[in-house]
Design a protein around this ligand. Structure first.
Ligand code: NAD
Ligand code: ZN
Length: 370
């Protein structure tokens, strides 16, 4: 078992990582909440069908009165309408201010449940029990919650830290292959921005990780969570430092938006975004060519990525419209070496154009039979 402290000011908490943890989640929750009775497990049908019984049995064994509250699956249900629907169900089930909400699912369930918990009866406690790689290495840590608007993703949201995060890598065994791999790019990102040993370990253990070896997964998740915990603890409300977590996301988000969120899974777009950022870093002399190539190989080694076909000028235009753009300046997070990144504000659009052209070229290469 690995316990990672997340030292936020108001109430520090832990991420607990262990294979099989879902089967003793009830006991872990008891440690955190010795006198509470009721908890409400927010989840989606695919997760409930595969893991609901195990989790509910462990909650019952620790004397929790637990009820499941379901939402519809998928990013398009990450809306305020879903939050309203869940809240109405909770009221009908008698959830009061002492109720504990358990977010049991991927990042969508985590973000929706966190948001719901932050406003339900002016705020109730939430526990994250993430079930995808993205949620285990990233979304469940740090207290960012949110839902989407028609105008864009995550435009409504709050900061609401969980009381504990329970991570069971074994739950990942039922995750579809593409979802699994896509999440690994976020772990790789953690390696590049601050944990060179994570990047190297992922290079060395690639096959065992792809086989979902529990020991390797526990290690990879713990290292990623440690990195995120350090950054979040130093910058709870995303004033500056936390921006490094957006490595790969500047161009990644634009690629997702340009394909209307249909072509890439989030992590896949971030994979391309990391390659683009490394190209920009090499061309502008922020890093050396060898580092950029190593990052590119490190990213491409996990299997086939959906190709990039975007026109470079569309990407440049989308970057100007990104909500993270401040005063018309696009912020890029660029690697200086493996394990270190810098925020750079003055990347000329020609470099972005060149990098996107490079991604298109690599994509064509990936499609050629080998
Ligand atoms: N709050 C944050 O800091 C933060 C960080 C990163 C991402 N996010 C958010 O996370 C969301 C993406 O999360 P995601 O990639 O986990 O997607 P997701 O929550 O949509 O889950 C992906 C799919 O996997 C299924 N699933 C989940 N666990 C499973 C399991 N163990 N076995 C089988 N199927 C399973 C889900 O039902 C869903 O169909 C986005 O909305 C993004 O904005 C938030
Ligand atoms: Zn991401």
């Amino acid at each position: 078992m690995v316990r990672v402290p997340i030292s936020v000011r108001l109430r520090p908490y832990e991420a607990v990582i262990e294979s099989g943890l879902a089967e003793c989640a009830g006991g872990c929750l008891r440690e955190v909440f010795p006198d509470r009775k009721r908890c409400f497990v927010v989840t989606v049908p695919p997760v409930r069908k595969k893991w609901g019984k195990k989790l509910m049995a462990s909650l019952a064994a620790a004397s929790w009165e637990a009820k499941i509250v379901e939402m519809r699956d998928g990013e398009r249900h990450k809306t305020v309408a879903t939050v309203e629907d869940l809240a109405e169900k909770l009221v009908r089930l008698g959830a009061d201010r002492k109720a504990v909400m358990l977010a049991f699912g991927g990042g969508v369930v985590g973000d929706v449940t966190g948001f719901l918990a932050s406003v339900y009866m002016r705020g109730v406690d939430v526990v994250q029990v993430p079930t995808t790689v993205v949620a285990q290495v990233d979304a469940s840590i740090g207290g960012k919650t949110g839902v989407n608007l028609k105008a864009g993703k995550n435009l409504l949201g709050t900061f609401h830290q969980p009381r504990v995060v329970l991570i069971d890598p074994r739950i990942l065994t039922t995750l579809p292959e593409r979802e699994f791999r896509s999440g690994l790019y976020e772990a790789l990102k953690c390696g590049i921005i601050g944990k060179p040993e994570l990047f190297e370990g992922m290079e060395k253990q690639r096959n065992r990780i792809l086989e979902r070896d529990p020991v390797q997964l526990e290690w990879l998740i713990a290292e990623s969570v440690k990195l995120k915990a350090e950054i979040v603890s130093a910058d709870e409300r995303e004033s500056g430092l936390r921006r490094v977590l957006n490595f790969g996301h500047t161009i990644g988000h634009a690629l997702e938006a340009e394909t209307k969120y249909r072509h890439f899974l989030h992590g896949e777009a971030i994979a391309w975004g990391m390659i683009a950022a490394s190209r920009i870093a090499a061309v502008s002399g922020i890093t050396d060519e060898a580092t950029a190539q190593r990052i590119t190989r490190g990213v491409l080694g996990w299997g086939r990525l959906p190709g990039v076909t975007a026109e470079a000028q569309n990407i440049v235009r989308l970057l100007q419209a990104d909500k993270k753009t401040k005063d018309g300046v696009v912020h890029f997070i660029l690697p200086t070496k493996i394990g270190k990144v810098e925020v750079v504000n003055n990347v000329p659009s020609e470099l972005v154009t060149e990098a996107v052209a490079e991604l298109r070229k690599m994509s064509r290469g990936l499609e050629e039979p080998t």
